[in-house]
Design a protein around this ligand. Structure first.
Ligand SMILES: Nc1nc2c(ncn2[C@@H]2O[C@H](COP(=O)(O)OP(=O)(O)O)[C@@H](O)[C@H]2O)c(=O)[nH]1
Ligand SMILES: [Mg+2]
Length: 182
């Protein structure tokens, strides 16, 4: 998408991407920001946020996307990661049900640091691996979704570029609408 260089984003929103190892957090961000995908494990180092401009209802918004790696176990980095986030992605891998369980810890941290009302999207990634899906949809609907109260549950594939843009657009739209901006 091309933007006039003289158009400056009016809003800057911080989004955090949480979830267990190898669920595809970095792949989703990379697909969304650079439209690239790699089957190699993408080593996430440092806490460098990625930026992307997004236009919603004619408003230009700068998304500052923080992707988590292993460093969140360090207290200071964890503070930086969560600090003043406007919204969160809770990502699990549809082919490994334990990654859905891991999200409870993330949810608790989000609740205690940013409040239960933080706009969140629950993301089931790797939906291209249809044959390997391991998720019990009843548990997902009756327990996880009831407890997490995400704005939405979306199944994605960073590989096929399926629903990736929707995740970021829907979350941004909800944040802006909650703040009365749109
Ligand atoms: N089939 C498939 N593989 C994926 C998808 N997203 C990520 N992967 C693979 O899963 C592995 C872990 O991805 P990565 O983004 O590094 O996970 P992270 O640790 O959560 O950041 C890599 O080998 C990716 O290529 C997807 O949508 N479909
Ligand atoms: Mg990563």
């Amino acid at each position: 998408m091309a933007y006039d260089s003289d158009r400056k984003p009016k809003y800057h929103l911080k989004l955090i991407v949480t979830g267990g190892g190898a669920v595809g957090k970095t792949s989703l961000v990379r697909r969304y920001v650079d439209d690239k995908f790699d089957f190699n494990y993408l080593l996430t180092v440092g806490m460098d946020p990625t930026n992307r401009l997004i236009e919603i209802n004619g408003l230009l918004v700068n998304l500052i996307i923080f992707d988590v790696a292993g460093q969140e176990r360090f207290q200071t980095l964890r503070e930086v990661f969560f600090r003043k986030a406007h919204g969160a992605l809770l990502v699990f891998d549809l082919t490994r049900s334990d990654t859905l369980d891991e999200l409870y810890t993330w949810k608790e941290q989000i609740d205690s640091r940013l409040g239960e009302d933080l706009p969140k999207i629950l993301v089931g990634n790797k939906c291209d691996l249809e044959e390997e899906i391991q998720i019990d949809y009843e548990t997902l609907e009756d327990h996880v979704i009831q407890e997490f109260k995400p704005l939405k549950y979306i199944e994605t594939s960073a590989y096929l570029d399926k629903n990736v843009r929707e995740v970021f657009t829907d979350l941004t739209r909800e944040i802006l609408s909650k703040q009365g901006i749109i």
